[in-house]
Ligand binder design. Sequence first.
Ligand code: HXC
Length: 258
Amino acid sequence: MTYEFILSEKKGRVGLITLNRPKQMNALNAKVMQEMAAALYAFDADEGVGCILITGNDKAFAAGADIAAMKDYSYMDAYKSDYITRDWEHLRKIRKPVIAAVAGYALGGGCELTMMCDLAIAAENAKFGQPEINLGIMPGSGGTQRLPRFTSKAIAMDLCLTARMLDAQEALRAGLVSRVVPVDTLMEQALAMAEKIAGYSLPVVMMIKESINRAYETSLAEGVLFERRVFHSQFALEDQKEGMAAFVEKRKPTFKHR
Ligand code: HXC
């Protein structure tokens, strides 16, 4: 499948999506998001894929929603087309882990896209921000909700109210990303991370993602109960038998993803 604004390819068991509007700093318009959704659903349905990686280029992961495309929207245009909800929320339905590999700018919708992924790895030149206030608007793809949950209320207020950007090290300290690496090794390290995840038992990986994401949607008691039920179910997996037998027999497990 070929796309206009993204590249989509398989690298072993990793599904790689590269945002490809370099002249517009990977600004996110409806077509980009629709193409990304198609690629995401295809990888999610592919038994040969265990982890998905979304990246941009060295200058920009994505500099936000496409300002030129939305500048003349009326309220009715936004409301009737269900702007953002219609094309951007597909990522939340993906059951395999999605990693954001971020170099350069991740601003506005680009920062929100990062937070909609399950985890993020940043290059040293990465910059994260919610500068919508400069444009006379506020974040509209979850920024005001995910930033305080993933970082802190103070950092969310700071970024959204002043348009200040976080550099990669600040983003690491704030909890927005889990690793920071040199720019020229970003893809190598992000792919290694994705390959490692993709090598584990796929149902276990999916259940871990589902359980951790549950922590953001429910109380601790309910979340722990959810985890316990899912954990118990894993004793029905062939991969649990294989993983534990391999440990006892001092060999590497061969997971069958069931
Ligand atoms: C459309 C964009 C764009 C965007 C950059 N470009 N960001 N086009 N939408 N979000 C375009 C520029 O217009 C320019 O096109 C080209 O990309 C290069 O950008 P420059 O500004 O010349 O580059 P530079 O000086 O290096 O500055 C980079 C930058 C700056 C700091 C990223 O472009 C910038 O501030 N962009 C806007 C960031 C932003 O406000 N994002 C939030 C958008 S609103 P030409 O044709 O002149 O070469 C949003 C919220 C939506 O995301 C709600 C939910 C998603």
